[in-house]
Each structure stands twice: as structure tokens, then as C-alpha cells.
Design a protein around this ligand. Structure first.
Ligand code: FPP
Length: 261
């Protein structure tokens, strides 16, 4: 454990923390980047980096749930990640299977509702079964919804909706944002309020392209395995200081005809 976390109880924000954080995002989505660089710094293999990243998942779920976040979405494997070396892809899916196997029961006991965002194309039948069972077991839980985005790509998701609307011969005038969103993998989830990217890069990497239209962004250079309680607090604090306008104007703004975003 990092020394600065030693005196903090995992998952719980102190009263002082809570007092300084006025607005907690309802839905946080995370691009967990930097496992490879974390491993390289330590002379370890990339798969070891992903293993360390996996170890971090439980503390992150507990910390966000403890702060009142109701939806947490983690980007674990994109459709583009298939282009990585076979050994890394296999290692990632092995880790994913191990996490589901090892953690589902404990997550269920903590009231976590697990969802999968993405397709099952190319996944082993064993992993598909494990995922289905985890989703089924936890479907009525209400503490926090944990969506694991793997085998997920934002453009492919949008194309999938278009194909289905065409297949179902949806009348053009019936297609609005609400209908469209109801065909996305995220159907029923609110759009992410806050998207966090670890590892220092500043891009979306095909993550939640439709859903991110008005999300706030937060990037940290910290590699994913080191993304800890203090980092989480910083991200939530930064979010609470943002002014969200959803394309309108600031209610108290005196500017005339000002453009807002
Ligand atoms: C990016 O790091 C991370 C990934 C492609 C995978 C993230 C996966 C996990 C944390 C483990 C499995 C997840 C779950 C939810 C069980 P990178 O390899 O691109 O790092 P780099 O940019 O430093 O090379």
C-alpha cells in the first residue's frame, strides 16, 4: 500500500473529504491506461503490468462506491486491442476470466451489479459463460453498477445500432436520441458524468463515443496500477469544480449571446 494511504480506510472518504467535495458524479468511466509502462519501469512483462492493474480494480470500485458513485465503467479491452501480440491478448483474457471467477461472489455480496459492454465475438465460450453467469447473479443488485467494457469499440457500437434500426425497418421519423440510445450496449445507464484517463494520454480511444457527448474529462499521468485513493479524491474534487452547461448558458452569466459548451 502506498504510504499516504496507510492511514485511510479503503473505500471510505473522511468527513473532511466529503465536506470539500460538493458534487459527486453519478457515473464515472475510466480508461485504465499505463499498465505496460508501469511494468516496463520495473523490468516486468506487459502481462505483469495488466495483472497489477487488475489488482487495483477492487480498491477503485470500493473507493468510488464509498463516495456515492452509482455507476462505474471500466475500459478493459477495446476492439482495437486485438492487434496486440497474441501472448498479450491471451494474457488479458486470462486475467479477465480470473477476475470474474475470483471476484464475482465478493462483488455480489457488496451489492455490485455487473454488466458487460461489448460483443462476445471471438471470446472463448468459457469466458462468455462466466460473464453471463456474473451478470445474471448480480442483476438485481443496486449499490453500484460496474460495467466492464471489453471487446468494446464506440464506432462499432454505433454502427451496430444503425444496422439494427435498418433491419427492424424503423420509420426514420421515429428515430430520436432516446430510441437510438436504447439500442446501445449502455441502454439503461446514464451517460458518464466524468471520464478519467490514467497514463497521461489525452484521447478517448473509441470509448463511449455517443455517451461522452457532455462528459467532463480528467486525465492524470499516473499509471493505472498506481491510481489510488488520493488520485480518486483529486479527480472527484476537480469534477466538483467544473461548471456543466450541456450546451446552454451559465444560469447566472451576464454575457449576452455568449457561446457555451
Ligand atoms: C492499457 O494499458 C490497459 C489495457 C489495454 C487493459 C486494461 C486491463 C486491465 C486493467 C486488466 C483486466 C481488466 C478487468 C476489468 C478485469 P497499456 O497496455 O496500453 O499500457 P501502456 O500504454 O503503458 O502500454
Amino acid at each position: 500500500m502506498h504510504p499516504r494511504n496507510a492511514i485511510k480506510k479503503q473505500g471510505a472518504a473522511s468527513q473532511e473529504d466529503m465536506a470539500s467535495i460538493s458534487t459527486v458524479p453519478q457515473h464515472v468511466a475510466i480508461i485504465m491506461d499505463g499498465n505496460g509502462r508501469w511494468a516496463k519501469q520495473r523490468g516486468l512483462s506487459r502481462v505483469e503490468g495488466h495483472r497489477a492493474g487488475t489488482e487495483n480494480i477492487r480498491r477503485v470500485i470500493d473507493a468510488f462506491a464509498g463516495r456515492g458513485v452509482k455507476y462505474l465503467t471500466l475500459y478493459a479491452f477495446s476492439t482495437e486491442n486485438w492487434s496486440r501480440p497474441r501472448s498479450e491478448v491471451n494474457g488479458l483474457f486470462r486475467l479477465l476470466g480470473q477476475v470474474i471467477q475470483r471476484e464475482t461472489r465478493a462483488l455480489h455480496e457488496r451489492g455490485v451489479h455487473i454488466r458487460h459492454l461489448g460483443t462476445t465475438d471471438g471470446l472463448s465460450s468459457h469466458l462468455v459463460r462466466q460473464v453471463k453467469e456474473a451478470v445474471e447473479l448480480t442483476r438485481h443488485n443496486t449499490n453500484i453498477t460496474l460495467s466492464l467494457a471489453f471487446n468494446y469499440g464506440g464506432r462499432a457500437e454505433i454502427l451496430g445500432v444503425v444496422r439494427r434500426l435498418i433491419e427492424e425497418k424503423a420509420p426514420p421519423e421515429s428515430i430520436d436520441e432516446k430510441l437510438f440510445a436504447s439500442y446501445l450496449f449502455t441502454a439503461g445507464l446514464p451517460d458518464p458524468d466524468l471520464i478519467i484517463r490514467t497514463g497521461g494520454e489525452l484521447r478517448l480511444s473509441n470509448f463511449l463515443l455517443w455517451q461522452a457527448a457532455y462528459s467532463e474529462y480528467y486525465a492524470t499521468p499516473t499509471y493505472w496500477p498506481d491510481f489510488d485513493e488520493e488520485e480518486i479524491e483529486d479527480a472527484i474534487r476537480a469534477y466538483s469544480q467544473r461548471q456543466r452547461r450541456f450546451g446552454g448558458l451559465v444560469p447566472t452569466a451576464k454575457c449576452k449571446g455568449g457561446v457555451a459548451a
